[in-house]
Design a binder for this molecule. Structure first.
Ligand code: IMP
Length: 441
């Protein structure tokens, strides 16, 4: 396998950083292909915890080359803070981190506009991360954006920046808000351009060469399938193509290059921000998931809503994104629930629904059709083989695999690097008798 994509199958926060970190050890390149600093990928190595918003999760592996592809929107301020933070912790990125010269830049006023647009939406606010993502991608689509290459050529971009800010100021003027100061933005971007300079490169050429040479490339998705701008719960989505469908566009690798797709799904579901969430549980079970899973946004600190596994969303992700294998995350966080529900379909106006509705208002009115599974009380942190899991957990995991029609090839049972169960052949068809209740190491 030379090109693998890891992406989230739910509404983000599935634990992608953790899997990318594991796979990065065997990869020559890790490349982010979409999103921006709205992501928050957590990697834990020993006692050390790293939270990455923009840098690819492969930066923690000393020999991996990390790339921010052309499909990402780059906030240079956040990027530099992140680089400085890693350097302080002894992680050197020289010669192994590059930003595409074609990547669009999140300008300071994109963040201001993100917040202004949200407040203008009032009750219909999307609950964005305020990281300027929508305005930056909006500028890209309306062909008014600034790219990393432009930052290196101040004389070229000044005129573009004036035109760009002029358009946003017209909106601010209508909303009765103060205008953006062009000179201040220009001054900041000049400084940022110089800091960015050593990292800016034609990363498409680098990746094409690496692919031709048979080097291993890992494409790291951010957010999740439910937040995909085309397939997610529009308009309660982010502004990019979150799945493997975005890899070719966001890196320059040919679409045919991708030969393995790993979907990441939590054993339950979380969502942060507004939008449909049919399996949300606002009772004690949801609260327990939130507590055991420490479900607070890595980027915004907002508490995440929690609920049961949604196979309607997962199947749609499998079918549209060509998932070869699933990594099921945070199974340990379900310990202690007496009953675990699994949503196999929705019901809307008395009809069974097997695919997410196009209109988010309909999606919101869907009620889940549940199967019910017995819970378990054991701590799963010490399980390293499938047969170490209590039988109830084995039964639940098999049911999740069956409703997705896709093999689960890995189960995570804790945040630390070594806490997972590899399943190269997927979950076995029959329960595997356990030996003893696993002990917490
Ligand atoms: P934006 O990407 O900041 O524009 O936010 C749009 C929607 O996507 C909001 O509901 C956010 O909460 C959600 N979102 C964006 N990034 C992430 C993420 O990394 N994890 C989970 N939700 C996210």
């Amino acid at each position: 396998m030379t090109v693998t994509c890891v992406f989230g199958m739910q509404w983000g926060d599935e634990g992608k950083g953790r899997i990318v970190d594991l796979l990065a050890a065997e990869s020559d390149f890790v490349v982010r292909y979409q999103g921006g600093a709205n992501a928050g990928h957590t990697v834990i190595v020993g006692e050390e915890k790293y939270i990455l918003h923009l840098l690819p999760s492969g930066v923690i592996q000393p020999a991996t080359i990390n790339i921010i592809g052309n499909g990402v929107v780059v906030d240079p301020v956040t990027l530099m803070e992140e680089i400085d933070g890693l350097v302080e912790r002894g992680i050197d990125l020289d010669g192994r981190f590059f930003v595409s010269d074609r990547a669009h830049i999140v300008l300071p006023h994109h963040k201001t506009m993100d917040e202004a647009l949200e407040s203008l939406r009032g009750d219909d606010a999307l609950g964005t991360t305020s990281r300027g993502i929508g305005p930056a991608y909006g500028d890209k689509s309306r062909r008014a954006g600034m790219r990393a290459a432009d930052m290196l050529q101040p004389e070229r971009y000044e005129e573009m920046l004036r035109a760009n800010i002029g358009a946003w100021n017209a909106i601010l003027d209508k909303a009765g808000l103060p205008p953006i100061d062009v000179a201040a933005v220009m001054a900041e971007m000049r400084v940022m351009g110089e800091r960015l300079r050593p990292y800016v490169a034609d990363t498409t050429a680098m990746l094409i060469d690496a692919y031709a040479a048979g080097r291993k490339i890992l494409a790291e998705g951010a957010q999740g399938f439910g937040l995909d701008v085309d397939h997610g719960s529009y308009p309660f989505v982010t502004s990019s193509t979150t799945g493997p469908a975005g890899v070719a566009a966001g890196t320059g690798l040919p679409p045919k290059a991708l030969d393995r797709v790993i979907g990441i799904a939590k054993a339950y579901v979380t969502r942060v921000g507004a939008g449909p969430f049919p399996t949300q549980d606002t009772g004690p079970a949801g609260l327990q998931m939130a507590e055991q899973g420490h479900e607070f946004g890595t980027t915004t600190g907002r508490p995440r809503d929690c609920g049961y596994f949604d196979a309607v969303l997962a199947r749609r992700a499998v079918l549209t994104q060509g998932v070869d294998a699933v990594a099921l995350m945070k199974l340990d966080c379900l310990s202690g629930l007496s009953e675990i529900k699994l949503c196999t379909a929705y019901e809307l106006d008395g009809e069974r629904v097997d695919a997410p509705p196009a209109w988010s208002g309909d999606w919101e009115r869907c009620t889940p059709v549940y199967e019910s599974y017995a819970g378990w009380t054991e701590d799963l942190g010490g399980c390293r083989r499938f047969e170490d899991l209590p039988e109830a957990a084995q039964v639940y995991v098999r049911a999740v695999q069956d409703v997705m029609h896709t093999p689960i090839e890995m189960i995570s049972v804790g945040a630390e690097r070594e806490r997972f169960i590899p399943l190269p052949d997927g979950v076995p068809d029959e329960p595997v008798p356990g030996e003893t209740v696993p002990a917490q190491p």
